[in-house]
Design a binder for this molecule. Structure first.
Ligand code: ATP
Ligand code: MG
Length: 355
């Protein structure tokens, strides 16, 4: 039977029941595969992290990442299937990140997903990575429904997104320079902390006074929805250089705590501003930086003050993971959206307004 006929039959069968979706994520340095039933029942999630391999280079080396994804994808997928207690024949669809990300890394996941979907005769769904991050909120917060405003703060993106429907997005604001995670990683390196810098700065900041240094960016005090981290970064670097010149002693945890406060305040205030103008009742957060406890407590306080409901993903769904990709695919499937087998990977790619 033709692949397209088998897919059509599967889509017909899924009208009456929840699908079991295999979600694959290989856009950067995590090979992550999850099995999801319905919108939010994670049957399994297996992740192979390459952080230790890339740490000695101070960041992700694309060629090394791609080669490791090729090596790891089949065993990680097999483990996810086994841990879910299902067989390949139980799968109803295969979802995979197709953009944005490291091209070779994306292609490793994409080709595996295509081959699997074709051999099983089931739908194949290419998912935008940022849509995936946003969808992590549906896993942890059953009952969450659009519309809401979501801050996506990760290694490569800082965007405030109005999620108008499961397949309709509008970017309300974003960074004019570095992504939040990128800024944290760069300053962590200045402080002699290893990659990735965000969690290291968070740990280091526990012993510091966040009011010790008044780092702030003039840009971030205005009412514009966009933010910038270059002013805050420059202030930190200048202060460190001056201290070195004058041999002034610096308590590094104070620097980490003050820098973290400045970054997280910027993200939180600008998101609340966007939520006001979008006239939504709910604020969500997503991406690796959304694991940060300072950011979470700022949002809790501001939401209470301004009357928003605040939702966030469980910590394990903040960083790159296969479950969020499967969840995004679930909503696409419900809207009748699937991908053709000639879908290509894209290194860059704005989040589409309509999926
Ligand atoms: N607890 C934390 N506090 C602050 N930042 C964190 C924390 N945990 C992770 N990060 C940061 O999150 C980033 C990684 O997030 P993520 O894996 O979502 O990014 P990415 O997938 O590389 O980029 P993108 O999603 O934009 O393509 C890193 O910059 C890391 O420093
Ligand atoms: Mg990511």
């Amino acid at each position: 039977m033709l692949y397209s006929t088998r897919v059509h039959q599967k889509l017909e069968a899924l009208r009456d029941r929840d699908p079991i979706i295999l979600g694959i994520e290989t856009s950067c340095d995590d090979t992550s595969v999850a099995v999801l039933r319905g919108e939010n029942e994670v049957l399994s999630m297996c992740t192979n992290s390459q952080i230790e391999i890339h740490r000695e280079f101070g960041g992700v080396v694309p060629e090394i990442a791609s080669r490791n994804h090729v090596k790891n994808i089949a065993p990680v997928a097999r483990a996810a299937i086994e841990q879910a207690g299902i067989t390949l024949e139980d799968l109803d669809a295969v979802a995979v990140t197709c953009a944005p990300g490291l091209l070779g890394a994306l292609l490793a996941g994409l080709n595996f997903a295509k081959g699997l979907a074709f051999s099983l005769g089931i739908p194949y769904i290419g998912v935008n990575h940022i849509c995936g991050h946003i969808n992590a909120n549906f896993i942890t917060n059953p009952g969450l429904k659009p519309p809401f405003v979501c801050l996506v703060a990760s290694g490569g993106h800082s965007q405030v997104v109005h999620v108008k429907d499961y397949d309709t997005y509008e970017i309300l604001g974003g960074t004019c320079d570095d992504a939040a995670g990128e800024a944290l990683d760069k300053i962590a390196r200045q402080l002699g902390l290893p990659y990735p810098g965000g969690p290291e700065i968070e740990k280091f900041a526990e012993d510091g006074n966040e009011k010790a240094y008044n780092f702030k960016s003039q840009f971030n005090t205005n009412k514009q929805p966009n933010f910038s981290f270059s002013g805050i970064k420059t202030a930190v670097v200048n202060m460190l250089q001056q201290a070195k010149r004058t041999e002034k002693e610096i308590h590094y945890p104070d620097v980490a705590a003050s820098f973290q406060r400045a970054v997280m305040e910027t993200l939180a205030y600008k998101t609340v501003l966007c939520a006001h103008s979008a006239d939504v009742k709910t604020i969500a957060i997503a991406g690796g930086v959304s694991a940060n406890l300072k950011l979470r407590s700022l949002f809790e306080g501001l939401s209470k003050k301004y009357g928003f409901e605040f939702v966030r993903p469980e910590l394990q769904y903040c960083a790159d993971n296969g479950a969020m990709i499967a969840c995004a695919a679930y909503h696409m499937l419900k809207k009748g959206i699937t991908s053709s087998l000639d879908l290509d990977a894209k290194a860059s790619g704005e989040m589409p307004k309509h999926l």
